[in-house]
Design a protein around this ligand. Structure first.
Ligand SMILES: C[S@@+](CC[C@H](N)C(=O)[O-])C[C@H]1O[C@@H](n2cnc3c(N)ncnc32)[C@H](O)[C@@H]1O
Length: 229
């Protein structure tokens, strides 16, 4: 279900990505000695959304490039698919599009740390992944803390202290993410981040994700309670 939701949302942002590349991505200058464009998708999961998104980026970059240079000066693409080490990279690799026009590498590890050599990427994409915190803030697990989350798995419906602790962790994580990318992406490169967001006057519990998490949480709680009795 989440796959389809992400795909629909990706379709919505596709136009925005296309416009950003067409307007701002200086593909001609980016190609100096090597004509290889290196692209990373961070938090790629097992596909197929990542393949669809990456194919779209390649198509727009190619279109822009060939409108500026002779078609004989061919571009090459190298795709880096990143996710946690526990991601099922076997499934990802087994389902790679057979007609793909790019080289492939898997990059295991957290995107909150350095994943690539300095100045090695021209384009970074990440969709629906940055809302995962790097860790549960300690305060949420501490029964003596005001931010104790009472064993809940998310902050929906929780106290301000819980929300603030999550927000503080998100801030730290984003800083680490941006610091790492600022080293890895070459000058003039581009990064597209697609993230879940909420207008200020919206409660997380009013969203479909909020409802899903509530169901998931109550099932997990039932299982834990059943095991401990
Ligand atoms: C909801 S899926 C999105 C998958 C795909 N990008 C899409 O649009 O369908 C989120 C992915 O982000 C990955 N992820 C979460 N935190 C991560 C981290 N710190 N480093 C790398 N991957 C992470 C998860 O393992 C998961 O595969």
């Amino acid at each position: 279900m989440r796959d389809n939701t992400s795909r629909e949302a990706s379709n919505v942002v596709k136009e925005m990505i296309n416009k950003a590349i067409t307007k701002k991505f200086d593909v001609k200058n980016m190609i100096s000695i090597s004509r290889t464009i290196r692209i990373a998708d961070l938090g790629c999961s097992v596909g197929p959304n990542t393949f669809i998104a990456m194919q779209n980026v390649i198509a727009v970059v190619e279109k822009k490039y060939y409108s500026q240079v002779l078609p004989s000066e061919k571009l090459e693409f190298q795709m880096f698919f990143n996710d946690h080490i526990s991601n099922d990279f076997n499934t990802l690799f087994a389902s790679l599009p057979v007609d793909r026009q790019y080289f492939v590498a898997g990059v295991p590890g957290s995107f909150y740390e350095l994943l690539f050599p300095s100045s090695s990427l021209q384009f970074v994409h990440s969709a629906y992944a940055l809302h995962w915190l790097s860790k549960v803030p300690k305060k949420l697990l501490d029964k003596k803390s005001l931010a104790w989350n009472k064993g809940k798995i998310h902050y929906i419906g929780a106290s301000d202290e819980v929300r603030n602790a999550c927000a503080a962790q998100f801030e730290k994580d984003m800083e680490n993410f941006l610091n790492a990318r600022s080293k890895e992406i070459i000058a003039g490169g581009m990064m597209v981040l697609i993230m879940v967001g909420l207008p200020d006057d919206f409660q997380p519990s009013e969203t479909s994700t909020g409802v899903t998490f509530n169901f998931l949480e109550s099932s997990l709680m039932d299982m834990v309670n059943a095991m401990s009795h």
